[in-house]
Design a protein around this ligand. Structure first.
Ligand code: ADP
Ligand code: MG
Length: 266
């Protein structure tokens, strides 16, 4: 069963004094129920634009996104979004932040608070539910933001570089928490990351985009067990091969060497 689908999506942004900018061109792919798919590609190739279209914030110039078979026409209950910055409201406690989405949707407050408590416990934040965001570490705030994303019980999670602002050790913990939660709750996710290792250890599949105008140029299926245990996957013998292949596909090693050559001898 397909949860999220992009059909022939093209996005052009108007530009003030020139031709419109084509950010993405004719992108089609589907994400199945309970699948975790990562999207990688050079900066500016349209990854965030794709997520904005999936969440209904942008309407594509051509084609459309579908969630559970219905065309996305504006922000909706079925999709939740999480960004690099946690965007917690500083004047609300952690528990109040987690129930924000439910509050906007006018759901029952007590039921929402109970659900928030369960989620915060799952993210090891039960003792912090009455604290304010500034009283928590960066990693804890990202966990609270994850709890908030899940609190509305979306069909699909769209995650835009959710861990890029935290330190390396915290990131490893957050990867673990996210992987466990996705597995336990049986969620479908599209994850944008610039970290190729993260893409490999977190995903069932990785989609590779070209430079702008972004197109899907390749995809690999990650044939490793334990998608719910990224730490364990890190040690898997095939990880290096996948990362090397993705680097080659993105032309990363070669462009770094070309730059070095162009700069001349040190
Ligand atoms: P990525 O997330 O892959 O780095 P983005 O999706 O943010 O890339 O951007 C892709 C291209 O679309 C960029 O050239 C960017 O400047 C342009 N773009 C993105 N959002 C807008 C917008 N709201 N208005 C105009 N141009 C935009
Ligand atoms: Mg982006």
């Amino acid at each position: 069963m397909i949860r999220l689908e992009y059909r022939n999506v093209t996005m052009r942004f108007p530009a003030a004094h020139s031709q419109p900018v084509t950010a993405i061109e004719n992108v089609s792919f589907a994400v199945r129920d309970c699948e975790v798919v990562s999207l990688i590609g050079p900066s500016g190739c349209g990854k965030s634009t794709l997520l904005n279209i999936g969440s209904g914030l942008y309407s594509p110039s051509v084609g459309h996104a579908l969630v559970d078979g219905d065309a996305v026409e504006g922000p909706n209950d079925h999709v939740a979004f999480m960004l690099q910055k946690d965007l917690l409201l500083p004047w609300r406690t952690i528990a109040e932040n987690v129930i924000l989405g439910a509050e906007i949707k006018k759901r029952d407050r007590n039921a929402s608070l109970r659900r928030a408590r369960d989620l915060l416990a799952a993210f090891r934040l039960d003792e912090f539910s009455e604290r304010y965001p500034h009283q928590l570490s960066g990693g804890m705030r990202q966990r609270a933001a994850l709890a908030r994303t899940l609190a509305v019980d979306p069909s699909v999670l769209l995650l835009d570089e959710p861990f890029s602002a935290v330190d390396a050790q915290t990131r490893i913990m957050l990867q673990h928490d996210l992987a466990q939660t996705l597995q336990r709750a049986g969620k479908t996710a599209l994850l944008i990351t610039h970290d190729l290792l993260e893409a490999v250890i977190m995903s069932d599949r990785v989609l590779v985009m070209s430079p702008r105008p972004g197109r899907i140029i390749d995809e690999i299926r990650i044939e490793m067990p334990h998608r719910d245990q990224p730490l364990r996957r890190r040690q898997h013998g095939k990880v290096g091969e996948y990362v090397t292949w993705l680097m080659q596909r993105l032309d990363i090693g070669q462009s770094a060497l070309d730059e070095q050559a162009a700069a001349g001898p040190a």
